[in-house]
Write a protein that binds this ligand. Structure first.
Ligand SMILES: [Zn+2]
Ligand SMILES: [Zn+2]
Ligand SMILES: [Zn+2]
Length: 1001
């Protein structure tokens, strides 16, 4: 029986204008506009002035596309850190950054400009790159702001700004002047058509027809060192050779070694007196030319890999080949051979990259024309000089060419040289077989011509540079860096070992790129001897120029304009110089952000300088786990070199965002989750809630489904806030709040519980355990509030007079809970917390936004020590659990009705009895029955009975004193008192409809 409509109107039901439906996609942009009009970020800076500092230094995302979920996660986590530090009482500025230089943007711009680029002045190309990057800086800014990330978005740092470019160059000069930098060779893909180095990303594989040749190299070291059988009298007078196979005959002038696999078996094959019978091709990819019919040599011995021997015998038509010795490839190390047409000794070397699927197992090695060849050459101390110029023309190695007239390939491009070299091999009897091979070969992505490998001069930072520790003792740059890693907090801890291993084993840092979109290595090189000028004053002038005019100025100004007249090379005395045109590796750019931003930016420099002198704030870097190789790594290296210490005190890393099956997100799988799309359909708040829901240190699952689950959680949290706000209707904290000591026991317990939660949440924010905040708040909203406190309070909140002290006691606690929750959730639910903020009961001095407020202090939530209160209630809840079990049992048996239709008798003994007697008045409420009687007994025993008395038509409690109140029937004495306190009289008997309206007023 519901109360009569007129009686129902006398209940104090929750009332609030806070909307149930969030309409986040429509309302979030309005809130963003409000924050902009409040100049909220500036207000936060003003509020932070004088507070202790906290620096989260932003790792710049690359500005070449819209944001994806990984970006949203990264910026979301940073936003949680910055907002939680701010609300914890720190001054935590957030200066977002963008990484703007580099190949991906230059490639995109190249595609747009096409071949026009080659005729354009450098400054115009740079302008086009700048515009392209700026487009994505703007787009990403809008997208990050859309999901509620606070920061100095109006003036972020950009690695392409003039100021940043000048600082990057200054940092490079720091390395140069301190002696960390050297120039050396490195093999790169090279397009001789476009005359440029190509990155791996710029290579496309296409089919290409190459000449395929087998060439013999004569052994010049003692054959018996390989195997005694090779010295047997029967072989006297026979030459021993190895056979190499190559599809790039043009690299033979650069041949310096032959590589063998140390673990392969090699065989020595003796052949008959002559060879040269016409060869009948069997392989379809080969088109063999019989080019040695006329030749005749004495029988020889050939060393090839055992596994490839039969193939080689066929391809080279080795007549009567028979195995006379077998040994491991390791034996061939340091053997020597004669180059087929140069006066050069060829070294036997070992390489595990030698394969047994094609060729001969003996790999001709030209260190200047292949990556593996190059590193093998380095290992064996071979000459790495490249004699193929940028246009692909070969220049003779004069020290090895025996004749006065240059060889016929001298000055030809590599492709034209191929047949000439094959002819030379034939003439000298070194060619054992040749043909054409169609194979997959690297081509230039731009001009589609085949590319070559070419060792080019590059700039390096040496990890072995001698440096001094703070105490003056000597060490190496590598070692000092490893020592500095130890002083940093790595979270998770495995990051430390990971980056330590990387630093311990990495090669020297190649910092040059043959591109244009970046910071030029602004160095003058002597035209005579290629030495760079190292002059601090000159460097300072170039930095000033960059500051004024940007990196463009380097391309536009002649070398002579920078140099004082009469400048001479310190090494050779030459007086003409050229400008280096290479640019710096983009990791050098972003890796100097601590210098370009933290040490220079007005919002950061004071705090960062204090950090650097050792008595400053924490400096946090927070990025994906791949940055141990990237930004954490390059930042560490630059800071240790230039400042002697790491640029951070704390490094946190996030895992990967995967789909629910643990797969990477990709277009082809269609399993991507676009944060902008989620924001537009469900709300930026849902993206934020998802970020909070995952443990970022692990790999994280995301999907439409999981986003929908977050939206469901969001609705529950929002409804909790709505219910809290609704019950605060008519509550004026200044006038109505009840002192902590006067609160009802249940209300005191809830405050103690809220304080406990607050303490935990503050600790979790400090430890960046955002997912724990998320789960604890959900549990609090669902278990503590919805299922318990807000439910059992209904009787008190709805039926008591608004001014009743017991109701005010509850409201005081609901208010304190709301004030605490809205603050601790503000870093995560930034939009909704700020919306709730506007519906809170007015208090003096309330900040314009929740984001300007501080976290609640636990002792302000509840001043007493919460532990004894929580312990007492833990025991009370044990009784409650037992009572609820009995009630459920009796209801199932249909011996009692629902809720208030029952009453309980609880028997207990000892301490438990005392505790229950102390709480006797409140038991009815927390058990949601009409009456609870506590009696002494031997142990805990709960009995449930149908409630005695009569049901009150207003509050539905079964009461002993239910009577008619004016025209209203069946109203209990408690309700009658409440109505009198509310000055509500029952309606007149004659016209109940009119009276009802008055009664409700
Ligand atoms: Zn090309
Ligand atoms: Zn010189
Ligand atoms: Zn009543």
């Amino acid at each position: 029986m519901p109360p009569a409509p007129e009686l129902k109107a006398t209940l104090n039901l929750p009332q609030t204008a806070f909307p149930m439906k969030a309409n986040l996609p429509q309302n979030e942009p309005l809130r963003l506009a409000r924050w902009a009009s409040l100049r909220l970020y500036d207000e936060l800076r003003k509020a932070g002035s004088g507070r202790p500092s906290y620096i989260l230094h932003d790792g710049p995302p690359y500005a070449n596309g819209p944001i994806h979920l990984g970006h949203a996660l990264n910026k979301g986590l940073k936003d949680f850190v910055v907002k939680s530090k701010t609300m914890a009482g720190y001054d935590a500025p957030y200066v977002p950054g963008f990484d703007c230089h580099g190949l991906p943007i230059e490639i995109k711009v190249d595609e747009q400009l096409g071949r026009r680029k080659l005729e354009m002045p450098a400054a115009d190309v740079l302008d086009a790159c700048r515009d392209y990057a700026q487009t994505y800086v703007d787009l990403q800014t809008t997208q990050f702001e859309r999901i509620g990330i606070f920061g100095r978005w109006a003036t972020p740092y950009k690695t392409m700004s003039r100021d940043y470019e000048a600082r990057t160059l200054e940092a490079f000069y720091g390395f140069l002047e301190k002696g960390f930098v050297y120039r050396g060779l490195k093999p790169v893909y090279w397009c001789i058509h476009d005359r440029t180095a190509l990155a791996d990303a710029e290579i496309e594989y296409e089919n290409h027809t190459s000449p395929s040749v087998y060439v013999r190299y004569k052994l010049t070291s003692p054959a018996e060192a390989l195997d005694p059988a090779l010295a047997s009298p029967g072989l006297a007078g026979r030459d021993v050779y190895t056979i190499i196979w190559t599809t790039t005959p043009w690299t033979l002038p650069a041949s310096l070694a032959v590589a063998f696999h140390p673990d392969f078996e090699y065989v020595a094959l003796a052949t008959d007196e002559t060879f040269g019978a016409p060869y009948n091709p069997t392989a379809s990819s080969s088109d063999w030319v019989g080019n040695h019919e006329s030749q005749s040599t004495p029988g020889a011995v050939y060393i090839v890999a055992a596994e490839l021997a039969s193939q080689v015998i066929a391809a080279c038509k080795l007549q009567g080949a028979r195995e006379i010795a077998r040994f491991k490839g390791a034996k061939l190390e340091r053997a020597t051979f004669q180059h087929p047409f140069l006066e050069r000794s060829i070294l036997g070397v070992l390489g595990t990259y030698v394969t047994a699927d094609t060729g001969t197992g003996a790999v001709h090695t030209a260190p200047s024309h292949g990556a593996e060849d190059f590193y093998t050459g380095q290992k064996y101390g071979l000459d790495l000089t490249c004699r193929v110029d940028s246009t692909g023309r070969i220049h003779v190695d004069e020290s090895a060419w025996p004749l006065a007239t240059p060889p016929p390939y001298d000055g030809l491009t590599v492709w034209k040289a191929n047949p000439i070299i094959i002819a030379m091999l034939t003439e000298r009897g070194a060619l054992l077989g040749s043909g054409d091979l169609v194979h997959s070969y690297p081509h230039c992505w731009r001009c589609h011509n085949p590319v070559i490998f070419r060792a080019t001069e590059q700039w390096f930072i040496s990890l072995e540079t001698p440096v001094k520790r703070e105490d003056g003792s000597e060490t190496t740059y590598r070692q000092l860096t490893i020592e500095e890693i130890d002083k940093v907090t790595w979270d998770p801890a495995w990051g430390k070992e990971r980056i330590t291993n990387m630093i311990a084993t990495r090669p020297d840092w190649c910092i040059s790129r043959q591109r244009i979109w970046g910071v030029p290595i602004a160095v003058f090189l002597c035209e005579g001897c290629n030495e760079p000028i190292i002059d601090a004053d000159l460097n300072r002038r170039v930095v000033d120029l960059f500051e004024r005019e940007g990196a463009e100025a380097w391309h536009a100004t002649d070398a002579a304009a920078f140099l004082a007249s009469g400048t001479r090379c310190a090494k050779c005395g030459n007086t003409t110089f050229r400008k280096e045109t290479d640019i710096l590796d983009v990791w050098f750019d972003s890796g100097t952000s601590w210098f370009a931003v933290c040490e220079s930016d007005p919002d950061l420099r004071a705090a960062y300088n204090a950090f650097e002198t050792g008595d400053g704030p924490s400096v946090l870097y927070l990025e994906g786990g791949d940055q141990h190789r990237g930004w954490f790594h390059s930042s560490l290296l630059t800071s240790v070199a230039l400042r002697g210490h790491a640029p951070y005190s704390h490094v946190a890393t996030a895992g990967w965002t995967l789909d629910e099956q643990g797969r990477a997100m990709s277009k082809s799988l269609g399993n991507g989750v676009d944060p902008v799309d989620i924001a537009n359909r469900m709300g930026g708040e849902i993206v934020r809630l998802w970020v909070a829901s995952v443990d970022f240190r692990e790999d994280m699952a995301a999907s439409e489904n999981l986003m929908a689950r977050c939206a469901e959680i969001y609705r529950k949290l929002r409804n909790t806030f709505r219910f809290l706000l609704g019950n605060l209707n008519g509550f004026n904290p200044a006038a109505d709040a009840v002192a902590e000591s006067d609160l009802l026991p249940l209300d005191r317990y809830m405050l103690a519980r809220t304080r406990e939660l607050t303490e935990k949440i503050l600790a979790w924010y400090t430890a960046f355990e955002f997912h724990r905040v998320y789960h604890a708040v959900n549990e609090f909203a669902i278990v503590d509030l919805s299922s318990f406190y807000l439910d059992v309070l209904k009787d008190r909140m709805y039926t008591f007079a608004p001014t009743n002290p017991a109701r005010r006691s509850a409201q005081t606690v609901l208010w304190k809970i709301t004030e605490a929750l809205v603050r601790v959730l503000a870093p995560i639910l930034s939009f909704t917390a700020d919306e709730v903020w506007e519906y809170l009961p007015p208090v003096e001095g309330r900040e314009a936004s929740v984001h300007l407020a501080l976290f609640p202090k636990p002792q302000d939530v509840f001043a007493e020590d919460p532990a004894p209160v929580l312990e007492e209630w833990r025991r009370l809840f044990e009784v409650r659990d037992e009572a609820l079990r009995i009630l459920e049992e009796e209801r199932q048996a249909k011996r009692i009705g629902k809720g208030l239709e029952a009453e309980l008798e609880i028997a207990a003994a000892g301490d438990q009895l005392a505790m229950l007697q102390k709480h006797a008045a409140g038991l009815k409420e927390i058990l949601n029955v009409s009456r609870v009687t506590v009696v002494p007994g031997e142990a805990l025993r709960v009995s449930a009975l149908p409630a005695s008395g009569a049901k009150c038509a207003r509050c539905w409690n079964f009461m002993p004193d239910v009577s008619s109140y004016g025209t209203w029937q069946n109203v209990c004495a408690r309700c009658q008192n409440a109505l009198r306190e509310m000055h509500i009289d029952p309606p007149q008997a004659e016209d109940p409809a009119v009276a009802g309206k008055e009664g409700a007023a």
